[in-house]
Design a protein. Structure first.
Length: 177
């Protein structure tokens, strides 16, 4: 595995521990609600304005047929380098919320998302799908290559799958967790 990178989305502020525990490095990372996990590692795309449709190599996100007041332009998730054997741990407190609005859904979600199932997203451009709580903080590991095809299996974080209560998870390259 060459230079995996961790990419996270959804919440405004998270403190991460990234390194072997004996020599831990603490990173404070800002993640915006507009950070789109399926754009992770994509240096080959231009993100269109929120009022414009996606064009070019694939439709990377689904937008409304016409612009809505709460629709915002997607952004690239933050990137930081980790090495094989590093431990990535979100430390308390993880703060912030996300709301999907859409003029109807006024609910807002913290780092655990809706706490139940609610999202079932298909794989896209070499990145696995996501199945689990709506609005949850997500991440993935990538190599330096642009993810293009051959997405790994989707992990199921619904109660009927592996759930969201575990102490260790070993996702593969390109597998959303």
């Amino acid at each position: 595995m060459k230079n995996p990178r961790s990419l996270l989305k959804v919440l405004p502020f998270i403190t991460l521990l990234a390194a072997p525990l004996a020599s831990a490095t603490v990173l404070d990372v800002r993640i915006d609600g507009s950070d789109a996990i399926f754009l992770a590692g994509r240096t080959d795309l231009t993100i269109p304005a929120a009022s414009a449709p996606w064009t070019g190599p694939g439709d990377y996100t689904l937008r409304h047929g016409t612009p809505t007041p709460e629709e915002i332009q997607e952004t690239l998730p933050p990137i930081f380098t980790v090495a094989s054997g590093d431990v990535i741990r979100a430390l308390d407190p993880v703060v912030g919320i996300i709301s999907f609005g859409l003029g109807f859904d006024k609910a807002s979600y913290g780092p655990s998302g809706s706490g139940v199932s609610g999202s079932n997203l298909s794989a896209l451009g070499g990145i696995s799908g996501y199945r689990g709580p709506k609005g949850a903080l997500t991440g993935l590991f990538l190599t330096d290559a642009i993810p293009t095809s051959g997405a790994p299996a989707t992990l199921n974080f619904d109660p009927s799958g592996i759930g969201a209560e575990f102490s260790v998870l070993n996702p593969g390259i390109g597998q959303v967790f």
